[in-house]
Every structure is written in C-alpha cells, then in structure tokens.
Design a protein around this ligand. Structure first.
Ligand code: GTP
Ligand code: MG
Length: 879
C-alpha cells in the first residue's frame, strides 16, 4: 500500500491541511509537514484525541492501543583466548496491543467538554463521517481484492483441471497407440486425411495469394502525384497484416520467385481501377524478410523453424539437402543450427548458454529489486555422527515419531520440516548421518542458515562429527552444538566440550562464541533452550527475504512416483512459489501442478524458508539444483533444452558405447556373446553384399548380428541407435555428417569407415575370433569444404576450399565426398594458399585444391584427407 501523506489525508477528509496539522500537533502526533506520512496509528491517535475533545471516547468499542518498540543494543562476543572480539547489533522488536475496558473512560471536566463542543462539534461529525466512508471504502477494496484473488484461484484450478484432462487424454491416446493396432491404424488414416486436407488448404492459400498479386503492383506505376487515397492507409494495414499473417506473406513471396512473369505481365496492363479489397498489399516488401534469429547452444528443429517463421517441414527439407537427417523433435547443436539459419537466408545470432542464464538471473533479481525484504524463518540443518540422536531430537521437537517409521532407523534422505515452535517458525533439514551420504549432506549445508551439530554425550566427537564441522565451516554457517542423550548415566558433557575445542569450537561459557546446549530427546530436557539458541542466532543473522517476488529455491530431493510423475521437494529461498508457476530446475521445467507440505497436505503457495513437495516438473532434478520461477514458459523450455544438451554431453563422455577393441577384453571375461553391427553403404548392392558376407562369417563363441543395412550418409539417429543397441557402425564409402560426427565424439560410438569389403571381413573375423594382430585403421586427417570451383588452363579444375576439420596435407591420399558418400578416391595434384604451393593447410583456412585425374568437383563437395595407420591391438589398452 502506498504511503498516505497529511495532504492526502486532508483531501480524503475534506479539511484544510493547516487545520489537520494543528490537530495532529495537539494530539501529540509528530507530523509537521504537509508531505509527512500518516500511519494508521497516527490516525487512531488523532481520532482518540478528537473523541476525547468531544467526549465521545467511550462510545463504541473498547479502546485499543498498539505499541511497537524497537530497541537496538550491541553485544560483544568472544574476545577470549586471542580470538578477535565481535560486536553484533541486536535489534529487539516487540509489539503489544492493550485493550482498555469501557468503564475506564476518562471523565472530562465541564470546561473541556464545552470547549470541545465549541471548537470541534461540527468538524468532528464530518470527520467521523469521512472516516467511516474511508473505512467502508477500505472494506470494499478489501472485498474486491478478495474476490479477485478467489477468481484467479478458481481460474487456475480450472486451468489445472483442463491441463490434467488433456494430459490424461494424451496418455490414453499414447497407450492405445502402443497397445491397440486397430486404434493405431485408424489414427494413422486420420492423420493422412488431415495431412491431405492441410495440403489442399495450403494450395488454396497459395492460389489466393497469387490472385492478390496483380492488385499489389497496380499503384506501382501511377502518374506522379496521383496517389490513390486508400494507399495512405496502407502502411498501418501492412503492419497489422504482417503481424497476423507473416507466414502467409512469406509463402507468397517465395511463390513469387517462380511466378514472377505472371505478376509482371498483369502489372504492365494499364489499369486505372484499384481493387479496394486488396489495397493492403500495396507496400508489401518484395524482398524476402530477413530475420535475425537467436540460436542457443541447443535447439530443436521445430523451435528453430518457429524462430525463422517457416514450417518445420521446410527446414527439414533444407537440412536434408545438406545431408542432415533430423526429425522435428530432434535437438540440433548450435553450429548446425547456425548453418541452417544462414542457409535459409536469415541472419543467425549465436547465444551462449551463459547469456540465457544471465538473463534468467537478471529477471529474478529484477523481480526482487523493489520488493520489501521481510524476516524469514531460519533453515536449520542437523548434522552429526550416526546414531547420535539427530532424528530423535527433531522428532521430539515435532512431537511425532519419524525415526520409528524409517527403515532401520537410518535417515535415507534429506527430510525437511517446518515447525511452529512456541517461539516462532523454524525449518529443519534432517540429513543422513551415514558416511555413504556425505555428498548429500554437503548439499544440506549449502541451503542452511544454521547448523546444529549433534554430539552424543556418551560417545563424544566421532569421524562424522568432524566432517560435519568441516561442512558447516565451508558453508560459513554458524554452529550450535546440541549434546544429546544427557539422560544417559554415562553422559559426560564436559568431555564433549573439551573434545570440541580441538576443532576451534569453544563454548560461550568458556569464553568462546559457540552456543552449546545439552539436550535429551527422551526427557525433553534442554530442548527449549536449544530452540531459544536457534532463534537468538537467527535474530543475529537478520535473515530476510523478499516475499512478493518470483520464487527461487533449491531441490532437496526428487523422485519419480507412479501416478504422480516427477516429485521434487523444494526449499523456497526467496519469493513465493505458487501453484501454476512455471519453474525451471536443472534440465527440467514445468508448471507447478500441485504442492504439498511435509505432512502431505495440499498448499497453494509457499514463501521463503518453507519446504514443499512440487508436482509438474518434466523430470526429476538432482538434489541441490537451483529452482527458479520463469515468467515465460518458452524461455524455460529453451533453457531446459540447452542444459539438457550440456548434461548429455557430459554423460556421454562416460557412456557405454561399445568399441571393437573392447570386444577382445570383454570376450575374455565372457561378457560379450554377440557383436552387433549396423551397415551403411553408398549403394544397396554393397550394403547387401557386406551384410551377407558378415552373416556368413564362421561364428565362434561370438555371434555376428547385423542389425540394419541402409544406404546414405551416417546421421545422428544412426548413432543413437548404435548407442542404444550397443552396435558398431560400418560405413562403406559413406561418411557421418557434421551433426553425427559431433554425436560420435560425444558418445564414443565406434564408427569404422571402409572402402574395401575384405578389410571389413578381416577386422570383424579377427574381432570375433579373439585374434590379436595388427589392424589397419583409416584415420581421417582433415576435411575441406569446396566453396567454389575455378578453371585453370594450366592445372585443370581447382577447388576453392575451406578446411573445416583437422588439416589437409599434400602427401596424403584423399577422397571426394558428395552428400557424405564417396564419389572419388585419389591423390592431390596441388595444394595452394593464394599463389604459393604448401604442404599443409590447417582448419579454418582457405586453400585451393587440385585433384589428380578428377575434374568433376562441385561446390558443396567435401574433400577428405586420410591416412592408413597400422595399430597393434592390445587388450590392456581396450580395457
Ligand atoms: P542416523 O539417522 O542413522 O544418523 O541416526 P540419528 O542420528 O538420527 O539417531 P536416531 O535419532 O535415530 O537415534 C539413534 C539411537 O539413539 C536410537 O536408538 C535412539 O533411541 C537413541 N537416542 C536418541 N536420542 C536419545 C536420547 O536423548 N537419550 C537416549 N538415552 N537415547 C537416545
Ligand atoms: Mg536419523
């Protein structure tokens, strides 16, 4: 709510400002200027004063006074044993409301009553009326606000329901597709029908667009000065049209390419008539629209097409021309996407993932910038050695029996609970005490404000106690020591304190700065003192967070549950997480479908420091991942894809791709029983022949299994398939395209290139018979892309090339590839940079290549420079 000044208030009451100021002064309220702020208390004080003056103070409700006190004192901590003293400001805020009973109304003497009557009787009546009106208006506003909120909630609920409905229908559809062949056939027929209808629609659209063309050019040749009146309207209409129908216009423009003649002919026809219904096309740009397209580090084909405002099929066609086979949902890497954008005549702008992340951070920071920060509950992590009583302690605080329900009594995950203690809300994270969960515990320390170190009084400092101390220190979180099990006869608090000093933890009572509290989860002794210690520590930390902002937080745990999908426990750090928000966490995103508190009760929103279970993410993020609310679902999806790609690259680096040389090692261990192969060749005949020959290889212990034979270049989905089926790809006179090459690097899939069939057979039979011999392998040294072909009278055709990978070397054999298929094999005639003959040209540089005995090189071809190396097979290297 905005602040109310004296001036505003006077206006509201319909009184002069001076008079109001005077009254405030008399009422003892310290507002002296017209632009000073008036608080609710000020108003009440004024009202009370006026009531007193008029003697109406006892009318109505009992009087109520709210006092707020804020006291700031300084506390010196430490200073003993050479430790530097710390001065901490402690602010104590108190709020008290006193209600004075009616009979306590002050008796006024007659004199005062009369004076009041004279001075303010009328004014007061008016003012009271105004105050009442203001109060009524306030109530109305409140009510409207409430109604609005309810409406929004209702709408969100309906939306969620609809979404769930759609999801259910989708799932049902997919299930039916998978399980019911009849349904599938019907569906496919329906799709075909729809596609046909779409084609008809498009054709009609194109025809319409063509029909519109003549009118479009009519005014292009009017007599000077004679601008037809409707043309004036054109720019804005064009703008509108373009906004609404970009795609249509573009189609028109592309169509115009081939149909230009017809348009021109009509245009030349002298015609004075202007077809009014088509005037909006007058100033349509005749050049194709060049868009600047942002290309992130990874993008799906569909999304890329979307950004260029072309149909995905159109993009897929262009990609196919460039030897890239990808479906609409496949992800392209940035290089490929950039190339395709240029290919389609648009301008591409590469955007780094860090740019996205930054913009995301800015959005979050922006939403928090002008928002008031309010006190938030402390997040407390309980750490300590196994069985030192962490869960029991928390349990006692929560007054429920968590430990009893845990498998084996060992905490297996980060449990999170917010508890309303008699002294305020505290959020607890109970981390596992077992050494195996060290990593998880480290995450617990990152989100935590205060660490409670649990040390059993009968056991003392143990290895994981030390570990916990280190975690707390590296997280720079203040530590409170809870010495548990003090009810046990063998408990020795002083011994524990003594041991702790070795790790620079000195109890307050010994002159240090660590609060140490002895507790027993059995008797409840000391638990109040522990809660006090936490709240004192929290107060010192002044933990605040914005509430009215986009939420951000961390994943505490996540899983995929049957019937619920991915379920993530999120600790909100700042802002308010609401049902319906779009959230992004690691490589996953989604709309918050539902939220539950730690007791499984549904909640609509969660503020700072509150843990909630969230449904609706696209996958289960890792514990510790950030969670942010993103205003825009598209942005969220985009970032999720980029992050996913990054992760995949990392994961693939350690993936399970099979390599031929590993076969030897694995065979020894009896692990490999069959060798899966995929054959890709330049022509069907070779493919068949190779597959046939491979199948006929004498099989020893290992069976050769040809999974597929196909013709054409090796693409990304071949690599995916090989990865999934643990197969080796045999490329006979074909190569992997750019995207596939990258994929090969990422996945480590074994792709072998051959140009001689018996070499394939040799390699494979060697592999399956477990022979260790030498192996000739072809290594691609470099690839040059042919840009242009020049004719030279002396040297024949020279290919102007750009070396795109590795290097091209003068003395090595080469192959010419067209569409990833080998069309010529030979040697270099010449290799030049500018006018000079050179031995080697590195990636990124241009050169002229003359191929001996081959004059058919074309722009777009690739020249591959390769070498044959003999390698001795070793088992150890493969292991
Ligand atoms: P992990 O989760 O496995 O690391 O254990 P934890 O630290 O959560 O310990 P837990 O609370 O499960 O307690 C371990 C054992 O100590 C149980 O048998 C408890 O009954 C016992 N215990 C816990 N607190 C007390 C206490 O205050 N007094 C006594 N006498 N026994 C306790
Ligand atoms: Mg436990």
């Amino acid at each position: 709510m905005s602040t109310l000044t004296v001036q505003d208030f006077a206006k509201e009451l319909g009184r002069p400002v001076e008079e109001l100021l005077e009254q405030f002064r008399e009422a003892g309220v310290s507002v002296s200027k017209a632009d000073a702020a008036v608080t609710a208390e000020d108003k009440i004080a004024l009202l009370n004063y006026l009531k007193q003056k008029t003697g109406t103070a006892t009318a109505g409700e009992p009087r109520r006074i709210t006092l707020k006190r804020r006291e700031t004192t300084e506390l010196r901590l430490g200073g003993g044993r050479g430790a530097p003293a710390k001065t901490v400001s402690i602010e104590v805020r108190k709020k008290r409301t006193y209600v004075k009973p009616e009979e306590g109304a002050p008796a006024l003497d007659e004199q005062a009553t009369r004076e009041a009557d004279e001075l303010a009787a009328r004014a007061e009546a008016e003012r009271e009326a105004a105050a009442r009106a203001a109060a009524e208006a306030d109530a109305r506003r409140h009510q409207e606000e409430l109604e609005r909120k309810l409406r929004v909630e209702e709408e969100a609920r309906q939306r969620a329901e609809q979404e769930a409905e759609v999801q259910r229908a989708k799932e049902q559809h997919e299930r039916a597709l998978a399980e019911d062949p009849l349904y599938r056939a019907k569906w496919e027929a329906e799709r075909a029908r729809m596609r046909a209808a779409e084609n008809v629609r498009r054709a009609a659209e194109a025809a319409r667009a063509l029909a519109a063309q003549p009118a479009a050019v009519v005014p292009a040749a009017p007599a000077a000065g004679a601008v037809p009146a409707p043309a004036k309207k054109a720019p804005e209409r064009v703008a509108r049209e373009r906004g609404a129908g970009d795609r249509q216009h573009r189609t028109e423009l592309h169509l115009a390419e081939g149909k230009g003649g017809r348009r021109e002919k009509k245009a030349k026809k002298p015609s004075g008539r202007v077809r009014v219904e088509n005037v909006h096309v007058f100033e349509k740009p005749v050049a194709p629209i060049v868009r600047e397209v942002e290309v992130p580090e990874a993008i799906t084909v569909g999304e890329l097409a979307n950004r260029m405002a072309v149909k995905a099929t159109e993009l897929i066609k262009v990609m196919m021309k460039n030897g890239i086979m990808a479906t609409i949902n496949q992800t392209l890497d940035q290089d490929t996407a950039l190339l395709m954008v240029e290919e389609m005549g648009h301008k591409a702008r590469a955007v780094k993932a860090t740019d996205f992340e930054e913009s995301l951070e800015q959005a979050v920071a922006g939403s928090e910038a002008d928002v008031e920060r309010v006190l938030r509950p402390p997040v407390v992590t309980i750490m300590g050695h196994v069985d030192h009583g962490k869960t029991s302690l928390l349990d006692h605080i929560r007054k429920t029996r968590v430990a009893a329900g845990e498998a084996g009594g060992i905490t297996q995950h980060i449990g999170a609970y917010h508890v309303q203690t008699p002294k305020g809300i505290i959020t607890f994270l109970d981390t596992p005490g077992h050494a195996a969960f060290t990593k998880m515990r480290a995450r617990g320390a990152q989100v935590t404000d205060i660490v409670i170190l649990v040390v059993a009084a009968d056991d003392g400092v143990m290895p994981q106690t030390v570990e916990a101390i280190q975690h707390a220190k590296s997280a720079k979180a203040p530590l409170i020591v809870a010495i548990t099990k003090i009810d046990k006869p063998e408990a020795d608090i002083d011994r524990v304190k003594n041991e702790l000093t070795k790790y620079e933890i000195v109890p307050e009572e010994w002159g240090g700065d660590t609060q140490v509290v002895g507790v027993s989860a059995f008797t409840g002794e000391g638990i109040d003192a522990l809660l006090d210690a936490i709240l004192v520590q929290a107060e010192i930390l002044e933990l605040t967070a914005p509430v009215e902002a986009l939420a951000r937080g961390n994943i505490l745990e996540s899983s995929v549950e049957k019937g619920r999908g991915p379920v993530a426990t999120v600790l909100v750090r700042a802002g308010t997480l609401k049902q319906g928000d779009v959230i992004l966490s690691g490589p996953h995103f989604g709309r918050v479908r539902a939220m539950f508190d730690e007791n499984g009760r549904p909640v609509k929103e969660a503020g700072p420091s509150i843990p909630v279970q969230v449904l609706g993410l696209s996958g289960a993020p890792d514990a510790g991942d950030d969670v942010v609310v993103v205003a825009d679902e598209r942005k969220a999806r985009e970032l999720a894809i980029v992050r996913e790609q990054k992760l995949r690259e990392q994961r693939m680096a350690q993936s399970q791709a099979v390599r031929m040389d590993q076969i030897f090692a694995k065979m020894g261990e009896g692990e490999v029983k069959q060798l899966n192969l995929m054959v890709k060749a330049d022509v069907q005949g070779s493919a068949e022949a190779i597959a046939e020959a491979l199948r006929k290889l004498p099989s020893g212990e290992v069976k050769v299994n040809v999974l597929s034979t196909a013709i054409g270049g090796i693409n990304e989905s071949d690599i995916d398939l090989a990865l999934a089926s643990k197969a080796i790809i045999i490329g006979f006179n074909v190569r992997a395209d750019a995207a596939a090459r990258k994929h090969i690097q990422d996945t480590g899939v074994d792709v072998r290139y051959y140009s001689i069939i018996y070499e394939i057979l040799d390699d494979v039979s060697d592999a399956i018979s477990g022979l260790l011999g030498t192996e000739t392998r072809e290594q691609i040294v470099g690839i040059a892309q042919v840009r242009e072909v020049f004719r030279s009278s002396k040297l024949g055709n020279i290919a102007g090339c750009l070396v795109i990978e590795g290097s091209v070397q003068r003395n090595l054999p080469i192959r010419v590839l067209r569409n990833n298929t080998v069309i010529f094999e030979g040697v270099l005639e010449s290799l030049r940079r500018f006018k000079d003959d050179v031995q080697k040209v590195e990636a990124g540089t241009e050169c002229g290549i003359g191929v001996k005995d081959y004059n058919d090189v074309k722009a777009g071809d690739q020249i591959e420079c390769f070498q044959r190396v003999e390698v001795r097979r070793t088992v150890s290297a493969a292991a």
